[in-house]
Design a protein. Sequence first.
Length: 167
Amino acid sequence: MIKSFFNKKKKVTEESITAPLTGRLLNLEEVPDPVFSQKLMGEGMAIEPTEGTIVAPIDGQVIQIFHTKHAIGLRSAATGIELLIHIGLETVNMKGEGFEVHVNEGQKVQVGDKLITANLSLIKEKAASTITPIIITNSDIVDKIDKATTTDDVLKGSSQIFGVQIK
């Protein structure tokens, strides 16, 4: 019993979220869709991508893949934070066209693992925008969010876009 007391893992309360896409980092308020810009789905950041490969921004598990392939939900292994990566705006209307999913629901992923490939040219042609919001969907467990102060270009799998502290 004493051994198990001393071997308890310390709860992780902070986590860094990396960019799931390469492109220009934006504040949510800049997203031309009120659902995201007014933070109705939650807090986060957005990226205007320059390439169509979406990678895992955290170590964790795939908890949802939308049947239209335009969005994916992840849960962090470290803190339990849940992220929604919504590829483009009004891309649900594309009904999966132009999206290739590389993972399955329930699959464990690490930062940088390829999740989805999106055809940005097709999205530009058939949807409102390629801007991709990255949203914290369970913000009730978040105590503090530290957003990147820059709106410069970010690199998928390596640039930090925000950090979170859990309650």
